[in-house]
Design a protein. Sequence first.
Length: 401
Amino acid sequence: MAFLADALQRIKPSATIAVTDKARALKAAGRNVIGLGAGEPDFDTPENIKQAAIKAIESGKAAKYTAVDGIPELKAAIAAKFKRENGLDYKPSQIIVGTGGKQVLFNALMASLNPGDEVIIPAPYWVSYPEIVALLGATPVSIVTTMENGFKLTAEQLEKAITPKTKWLIFNSPSNPTGAAYTREEVKALTDVLMKHPHVWMLTDDMYEHLVYDNFTFTTPAQVEPKLYERTLTLNGVSKAYCMTGWRIGYAGGPEPLIKAMAMLQSQSTSNPSAVAQWASVEALNGPQDFIEKHNKIFKERRDLIVSMLNQANGIQCPKPEGAFYVYPSCAGTIGKTAPSGKKLANDEDFVSELLEAEGVAVVHGSAFGAGPAFRISYATKTEDLEEAGRRIQRFCGNLK
Ligand SMILES: Cc1ncc(COP(=O)(O)O)c(C=O)c1O
C-alpha cells in the first residue's frame, strides 16, 4: 500500500508469533495441537512478585508516571544484581529500564546505527536482531555457526566478518534459538578479537543467563574482558528467569552517553515502563531466588527427555545444549522425503508445516532463524505434552517415505 512507510519493505513479521497464531487457530477449530513455538516459561510468576505488584497498586505507588528510565529503587536493584551476579559496576546513570528487553534492544540500536552501518549477528539468531537492524537502514551481517561447533561463533569467523563499517557484535548466550551457551574461554576468544578492533562494540543479550544446566557457569563479556566494559551494552531482563514475559520489563547497563541517548528516545516514545511491573521487578531481583533452581531442575529434565526422543526419530539429529529452554535439531535427514499428504519436503518450512498438518505439533522452522534445515522446539511446556509431542514427531518422521 503506497501510504505505508518504505521502511516496512525491509522487515517481515515474527515467524515465532506466526507459528503460535497458526497453532491457536487450529486449536480453535477443534484440532488437538501441541504448541512448542512460544518462547516463554509455562510457570506462573512467583507469588512474592505478584504480591509486590498488588502492594504497589494499593499503596498508590503505581498510579503516576515514573522517571522515564526507571524508578530509583529498581535501578538500585539492577545495579546490585550486576555486582552480585556478574561482578560489574554500573551506576544508576548507566542503567536504563524499558518495556521488555526488546524495547531496550530497539532503543540501543536506534540510538547508535546509521544507514550503512554493519551489525554482526551469529546465526541461528533471535529473529528480532536482523529485523530491527534492517528497519533502521543498517545492514545485518549474519555469520552461520554449525552444529559441529555447538552453534557457537568462532574467533576466526568473527575476525573475518569485521569491516570498517562494523558497529556492533550482537552476542546471545544462552542462545535463542539453539540453547548454546559460551564458556568463559569461548567468550574470551571473541572478546580478544574485539580488543583488536576498537571501533566495534559488544551488545550482549544475557536474557537467558539464569537458565543453564549441568553446573554450567554463565559469564558475560564485560566480566570476562574488563577492558571491553567501555564499549559493551549488557542487556538483561526479568521475562524468562522470573516467569514475567507478560509484565514487560527489561534493562541494560552500559556507557552513560549511550544510556542517556536511549532514555531520550524512550522519552519520546513510550516514556516509563509500567510502574506496577517496575515495582514487581524490584521484588524479583531483591527477593528470594530459590525458585529459579527449582524451575531449572524441571527444564533440565525436559531438555534431556526431548533431546533423547528427537535423536530416536528418523532423519533428526539433536545436540544437547547448555541452556535456555530451546533445542535446535537438524531435519536434514528428512529433506527430499514425502509426507503423508503426498507433499515432498523441500526444506524445513515444509517439514514444520507438514508436521503441524499431520500430527498437530507446532514448531518453528530453522530458516526463520537464519540457519537450516532445522527447527526450534521450546520445551517450556508441560512435560506430558512434550513427551506426547516427541512421540508424534517420531511417528511423523517414521511415516516419511
Ligand atoms: C534472546 C532474547 N532476547 C530478548 C528477548 C526479549 O525479551 P522481553 O522483551 O520479553 O523482555 C527475548 C524474548 O524472546 C529473547 O529470546
